[in-house]
Design a protein. Structure first.
Ligand code: IPE
Ligand code: IPE
Ligand code: MG
Length: 258
């Protein structure tokens, strides 16, 4: 247990919502002489460990990018293997989610998932729906461009039906049409495996997130690395467009986007 690192974390300045692009499974496996799926299997252990770390720190929202819209274009064997792993993991983990009072959410195009995966997810969503301490949000068959397109279509449909008028559409309206309407925006985005890009993830919601990139591959990512990211986050100065002087005048607990 990296106690010394945990002690360095200021409990009054924690991110409320952490989003993670879990990247590098394939390369991790290849480097060890295995096939890509071996990396995905080991990535599940990291998910468990990070979920535990978030609960220990009392971080309310964790969003994990598990499968993107574009990932459907990978070789069929890999996609099938990932879907099987998803069904297996979800079924196995529901008890742990309930034990720790974690509510599961999914963002993404559920209609594109194979029926077995959709069924496992629907059951897990229902079985964890009463939990109210933590939120685990899985981005599955998700991409920002897909999400924004749905939002635009739904807004247009509601305008057409007279439920909305163009003049009243504001940022709050748009927020309500996003897949993430129930959640605050992420404060911290972590991407593993040394890539410096967003890959179509929460493009709108990350507007003011602090970005943290690490070369650690996802299957090697543990609480220790999470704590390092949080300590780094706590040393950032979030200005939200204001000046340093304006920020200094505010109390630490007010350092949220208002
Ligand atoms: C992330 O690891 C998991 C998914 C995208 C499903 P990758 O599979 O992208 O691994 P690399 O980036 O090829 O190493
Ligand atoms: C992003 O990783 C998607 C997930 C982690 C699920 P990718 O490996 O698909 O991203 P690119 O292709 O390197 O941008
Ligand atoms: Mg990748």
């Amino acid at each position: 247990m990296p106690d010394h690192l945990q002690n360095e974390i200021d409990p009054t300045k924690l991110p409320n919502h952490i989003a993670i692009i879990m990247d590098g499974n394939g390369r991790w496996a290849k480097e060890k002489g295995h096939d890509r799926l071996y990396g995905h299997y080991h990535g599940v252990e990291s998910v468990r460990n990070i979920l535990e770390g978030c609960a220990e720190l009392n971080i309310k929202y964790l969003t994990l990018y598990a499968f993107s819209t574009e990932n459907w274009d990978r070789p069929k064997d890999e996609v099938d293997g990932l879907m099987e792993l998803l069904v297996d993991t979800i079924r196995k983990e529901v008890a742990t989610l309930n034990k720790n009072n974690i509510k599961l959410h999914v963002i993404g195009d559920m209609n594109t998932l194979p029926p077995s995966a959709r069924k496992a997810l629907e059951e897990a969503l229902l079985e964890t729906s009463h939990n109210d301490k933590f939120n685990l949000i899985l981005a599955l068959s998700y991409s920002s461009r897909w999400e924004l397109l749905q939002a635009v279509k739904n807004i247009a449909a509601d305008v057409k039906e007279g439920k909305l008028t163009i003049d009243t559409i504001d940022q709050d309206t748009l927020q309500k049409y996003l897949a993430t309407s129930e959640f605050p925006d992420p404060d911290l985005l972590i991407r593993t495996s040394g890539e410096y890009r967003i890959s179509n993830f929460l493009l709108y919601q990350l507007a003011y997130a602090e970005l943290y990139f690490t070369s650690t591959r996802w299957p090697d990512f543990r609480k220790k690395h999470l704590f390092e990211a949080i300590i780094d986050f706590q040393n950032r100065r979030r200005r939200f467009g204001k000046t340093d002087e304006q920020i200094s005048l505010r109390e630490p607990e007010q350092l949220q986007h208002s």
